[in-house]
Design a protein around this ligand. Structure first.
Ligand SMILES: [Zn+2]
Ligand SMILES: [Zn+2]
Length: 89
């Protein structure tokens, strides 16, 4: 799979997951908003994935509406479902 540069930077910014699953170290990070597992292979751009509840994309630590920028230190990974909920509130 080919993630864009921003997605890879956000992935590298994210905190490591620490669960019991064998490939955790390589394939898991933590959602910035809810703190649950995000799976690398479940990026939003991946079609027909089985891990849709882990689907993720990038978000901004400081929202753009509050003056946040698209700079590399302001992007992070979140579940799509978490991102959407924040947008609703
Ligand atoms: Zn894990
Ligand atoms: Zn989440």
């Amino acid at each position: 799979m080919n993630l864009d540069d921003k997605a890879i930077i956000a992935w590298n910014n994210a905190e490591n997951c620490n669960c019991d699953i064998q490939d955790c170290a390589e394939n898991h990070k933590i959602c910035y908003l809810c703190g649950d597992t995000i799976i690398y292979g479940a990026h939003e751009s991946v079609k027909n994935q089985r891990n849709s509840k882990f689907k993720w994309n990038i978000d901004h630590i400081i929202p753009k509406s509050q003056g946040g920028t698209n700079s590399n230190d302001n992007i992070i990974v979140v579940h799509v479902k978490c991102n959407r909920r924040k947008a609703d509130s």
